[in-house]
Design a protein around this ligand. Structure first.
Ligand SMILES: [Zn+2]
Length: 347
């Protein structure tokens, strides 16, 4: 009941400030993370509400905001740094926020910061540009991103301007597609790459000097299984790469919203309707185990059939692989005890 009252108050403030500027401020209290009285609010819900508020104020769809916010979160993880505010993933350095020549990094007055050309603005309507306030940081970022307008092309130019690379533009567009398709933020369920009822075996072979299929440094885990055992997406994501590779044979690469690239190699074939740009979910069949690779397109049978599964993290400028074995063990165990939480899609 307190919730609906507060929500109504928020709507009134929102309407009131719309008269002043099309880029309205939203009240701070409404976006604060769960605490005390509103402890029932889950973090995903709080995040969704924050995105919806900034969406209402800026006219940018919440899925686009989610993509940007999540992109920054993944870059923070890769670079081992913390987001500026508790809920949003947005990251500002003090110089960016307060302005490079601003001598006082403790004065969050929106007016002073604007004077020094800092990126910090007030999104919550209290006159302060507080780098620890979720509405302030997310609103400030969206202002930078929509400098040229909110249309699709202008948004892309804005994204390239803020993040400085085509790679970031591509990632954020992928995340947008994922959020648009699944319409939720919580996309962290996983599945083991082959059905648990199949006959398979694997062990930690990370860094072995040479794996099956000619990988120079073995970047992944080989899951041995018979020809035709289904290979399944391990995550919610988007098909980024699909086709032939001289080492990997018929292979598929899937990007998830954690900016991880899941690589499946040596397949005997792909699940038929699947194509690059398609959205997939955990447990969805994407192809079948085989022994393709190590030669020109179509080469097969140079080693025993297995699924090569690799995982790569993007830090915004480069990608590197890490050992998927511990995650595979975890996903296998989860699926064994709890079952697959999402519906497996048949090809
Ligand atoms: Zn391998």
């Amino acid at each position: 009941m307190g919730y609906s009252l507060r929500f109504r108050a928020a709507a009134i403030v929102l309407l009131g400030s719309m008269a002043v500027s099309s880029w309205s401020a939203v009240p701070r209290a409404a976006a604060e993370p769960a605490s005390g009285k509103s402890a029932a609010v889950k973090p995903w819900d709080a995040r969704k509400r924050l995105l919806e508020q900034v969406s209402a104020a800026s006219g940018v769809p919440w899925t686009s905001l989610a993509a940007v916010d999540q992109y920054e979160r993944t870059i923070n993880t890769a670079r081992k740094r913390k987001a500026s505010a508790p809920l949003a993933g947005v990251y500002y350095t003090e110089e960016e926020w307060f302005g490079a020549l601003n001598p006082d990094h403790s004065d969050p007055s929106a007016r002073t910061i604007a004077l020094f050309g800092g990126a910090g603005t007030d999104g919550s309507g209290d006159g302060l540009a507080d780098p620890a306030n979720d509405l302030d940081v997310l609103s400030s970022r969206v202002r930078q991103l929509t400098r040229f307008g909110t249309g699709a092309d202008n948004w892309k130019i804005g994204v390239a301007g803020v993040y400085g690379s085509e790679r970031a533009v591509e990632r954020i567009a992928q995340f947008e597609k994922i959020y648009n398709h699944f319409q939720k933020l919580d996309l962290n369920d996983h599945a083991f790459p082959v059905p648990l009822k199949a006959n398979y075996s694997y062990r930690g072979t990370w860094g072995a000097s040479r794996g099956w299929g000619g990988h120079r440094m073995h970047e992944g885990t080989d899951i041995f299984a018979g020809y035709g055992v289904p290979a399944r997406s391990t995550c919610y994501g988007i098909v980024e790469v699909m086709g032939w590779n001289n080492y990997g044979g018929w292979r598929i690469g899937i990007r998830d919203v954690n900016n991880l690239y899941h690589y499946f190699a040596h397949l005997s074939g792909f699940a038929k309707p699947l194509k690059p740009g398609d959205l997939v979910k955990p447990g969805q069949v994407i192809g079948w185990v085989g022994s393709s690779g190590y030669g020109k397109p179509g080469t097969s049978g140079k080693f025993p059939p297995h699924l090569h599964y690799g995982i790569y993290r993007d830090n915004g400028t480069k990608e590197w692989s890490f050992d998927p074995y511990p995650m595979l063990r975890q996903w296998e165990k989860q699926e064994r005890t709890k079952g697959l939480k999402v519906d497996a899609v048949k090809p």
